[in-house]
Design a binder for this molecule. Structure first.
Ligand code: DGL
Length: 269
């Protein structure tokens, strides 16, 4: 049974992996967090493309039937390169398209906000695609947020102060929807909502991406009666390119259950 490969710069993409695991509990997942190179959000598009292509090739070589780009920075800057690497027999699902489709359908012609890393916002991917449905897009880079959340600051004073500094000016008070354009941000979604008027709908990509994945994967592979009891492959594998205690602790917060991280030898040091 061919697994689904999911990757992010670090462990934020586990919010997307969680939604996919809930939606397709019997399909094997391989998660790859490029912890040796995070944050991607401050890297150049060329470097993000280099990392993303290399990881995609690795997942393809692990026989993945689909590659989920659970990182907005990579989705916004490296999608073409990932498709080229994946080739025709491996589906590619990114985190931007499903959100753009949903928001365009429901908020076309209205005012929409998006926050994300510098790499995501400066690529202008969301802005370009949403403007096709007449959305008036207000975009803001919030570069310190992902690192703070990754460090465990996602429900107290630190994230509150950061969010106040980024959102407290009223920039998004008049939008109809605010897109969380970074897979780390669902962990502070409640704090974000508390800072904005109740009329602003907060858009979290995880469920939308899980729906998109369910449409392209081989649904036969989600049937329990086809599970091979002699299979040696674990149902879920969590690989990181640099394993530290802090990553191991944060991984559980992002995935919502105990996660056994393994170091992958992908990069030569
Ligand atoms: N999770 C990444 C994203 O969605 C952001 C973290 C990073 O900057 O590496 O863009």
């Amino acid at each position: 049974m061919r697994p689904i490969g999911i990757f992010d710069s670090g462990i934020g993409g586990l919010t997307v992996a969680r939604a996919i695991a809930n939606r397709l509990p019997n399909v094997p997942l391989i998660y790859f967090g490029d912890t040796a190179h995070l944050p991607y959000g401050d890297k150049s598009p060329e470097l993000i493309r280099h990392y993303a292509s290399h990881i995609s090739l690795h997942l393809k070589e692990m026989r993945c039937q689909a590659i989920v780009v659970a990182c907005n920075s990579a989705s916004s800057n490296a999608l073409e390169a990932i498709h080229e690497t994946a080739g025709e027999d491996v589906a590619v699902i990114d985190v931007v398209q499903p959100v753009v489709q949903d928001v365009s359908r429901r908020f076309g012609g209205r005012r929409v906000g998006v926050i994300g890393t510098r790499a995501t916002i400066e690529s202008e991917g969301y802005q370009r695609q949403l403007s096709k449905s007449g959305c008036d897009v207000i975009a803001l880079a919030t570069p310190l947020l992902a690192s703070a959340i990754e460090e465990g600051f996602h429900e107290g004073l630190v994230s509150e102060a950061l969010l106040q500094a980024y959102l407290g000016q009223g920039t998004f008070d008049a939008v109809n929807a605010l897109i969380l354009g970074c897979t780390h941000y669902p962990l502070v979604a409640d704090q974000i909502a508390a800072l904005l008027p109740a009329s602003v709908e907060i858009i979290n990509s995880a469920e939308l991406v899980a729906d998109a994945v369910a449409q392209v994967v081989d649904l036969e592979s989600n049937r329990t009666d086809t599970l091979d009891p002699t299979a040696t492959m674990p149902l879920r594998q969590f690989l990181v390119s640099d394993l530290t205690v802090s990553f191991a602790q944060s991984a559980q917060r992002f995935f919502g259950e105990e996660v056994q991280l393994e170091e992958s030898g992908l990069w030569e040091f």
